[in-house]
Design a protein around this ligand. Structure first.
Ligand SMILES: Cc1cc2nc3c(=O)[nH]c(=O)nc-3n(C[C@H](O)[C@H](O)[C@H](O)COP(=O)(O)O)c2cc1C
Length: 322
């Protein structure tokens, strides 16, 4: 059940993708998702050196014999090295799936395709989805305003973006931003998507390396406790409300530059928050769906829980119909 164009494209059991998450999507989480029948995505930006990235890909390959992908964040500010250097490593190490984001993958399509790599490109607007299809990606993930990471400048929610994208494209579409459980999974399929991509939900798992204090903070957080920072540089990012987020908001209001914002949003401060548990050290990206997190569970419980309950929901809906 729940076979879609995405399960066929990526050769996975369930159309549930754990989107790449900077600092958090490491081998253990990625392999756990893939071993449970979903698609785990390693976050390549986490690794400062080429050797670290190479070793983490190998570690993931040792932990799972199931398909997994690697996130290729194309936004220059997020990159520890050139895109070509990362692509060389992906090809050398036999990576089969790439989740690209942050800018059009067009300049790299030929190399990736020649290497037989499948590409799912993540976008926050229908116009970018159309462009991605034109340049030859295999699938698109469309993320709405609710999402963690970068929801774009248009402020349009998943409920609107998903069906619009599905109606516009011929290639498979995955829905992201606010998806959490069986109810939202079935809703995504009902909207015409071929699967879901979730980030926030997978942060709240045992296999995620986020510090215990951060996970406990997320369990308590409400759906109203995220804000969008970095609008002044045209790259909005949804983060949980804390002091650094408030400072970044103030900076945005006066049209701060990237250099100024970096004093608050730079990577090592985020690492201090996520990994060392110093929750006021830096900004912490999280989606509105944080308001639904009740407890920390295993990746297996997330995926099997969604699939099992989704089956009953479908039966129940079917029953209602007759
Ligand atoms: C902590 C965190 C870090 C993220 N880092 C990245 C990233 O490096 N690249 C990327 O394409 N998406 C990133 N995302 C976005 C996720 O891959 C996914 O698209 C998003 O979380 C989906 O929305 P949701 O959180 O509402 O499920 C990140 C999300 C989180 C929560």
């Amino acid at each position: 059940m729940f076979e879609t164009r995405i399960t066929k494209l990526f050769n996975i059991k369930y159309p549930i993708i754990a989107g790449g998450m900077h600092l958090l999507s490491r081998a253990e989480l990625v392999a756990a998702v893939s071993n449970a029948g979903g698609l785990g995505i390693l976050a390549s930006t986490t690794f400062a050196t080429k050797e670290e990235l190479r070793q983490e890909i190998r570690k993931t390959q040792n932990l799972t014999d199931k398909p997994f992908g690697v996130n290729l964040n194309l936004f220059p500010m997020m990159r520890p090295r050139s895109v070509d250097e990362d692509i060389n490593i992906f090809i050398d190490e036999g990576v089969e799936i790439i989740e690209s984001s942050g800018a059009s993958p067009e300049p790299y399509m030929l190399r990736l395709k020649e290497a037989g790599i499948k590409i799912i490109h993540k976008v926050p607007a229908v116009r970018f989805a159309r462009k991605a299809e034109t340049v030859g990606v295999d699938a698109v993930a469309i993320v709405g305003f609710e999402c963690a990471g970068h929801p774009g400048m248009d402020d349009v929610t998943s409920l609107i973006l998903v069906p619009l994208t599905v109606d516009t494209l011929k290639i498979p579409v995955v829905a992201g931003g606010g998806f959490y459980d069986a109810r939202s999974f079935v809703a995504a399929l009902a909207l015409g998507a071929d699967g879901v991509v979730m980030g926030t939900r997978f942060v709240a798992t045992h296999e995620c390396v986020a510090h215990r204090k951060v996970k406990e903070w997320l369990v308590k957080a409400q759906e109203t406790e995220t804000v969008l920072i970095n609008r002044s540089i045209g790259l909005p990012m949804r983060v949980i409300k804390n002091k650094p987020a408030e400072k970044a908001l103030e900076m945005d209001k006066r049209g701060a530059s990237l250099e100024e914002l970096l004093t608050i949003i730079r990577g090592e401060l985020g690492r201090k928050a996520w990994i060392e548990g110093d929750t006021e050290a830096g900004v912490v990206s999280i989606g509105m769906v944080v308001g639904r997190i009740q407890e920390i569970v295993s990746v297996k419980d997330v995926i099997y829980g969604i699939v099992e309950e989704a089956k009953s929901i479908c039966e129940c809906l079917n029953h209602k119909k007759s």
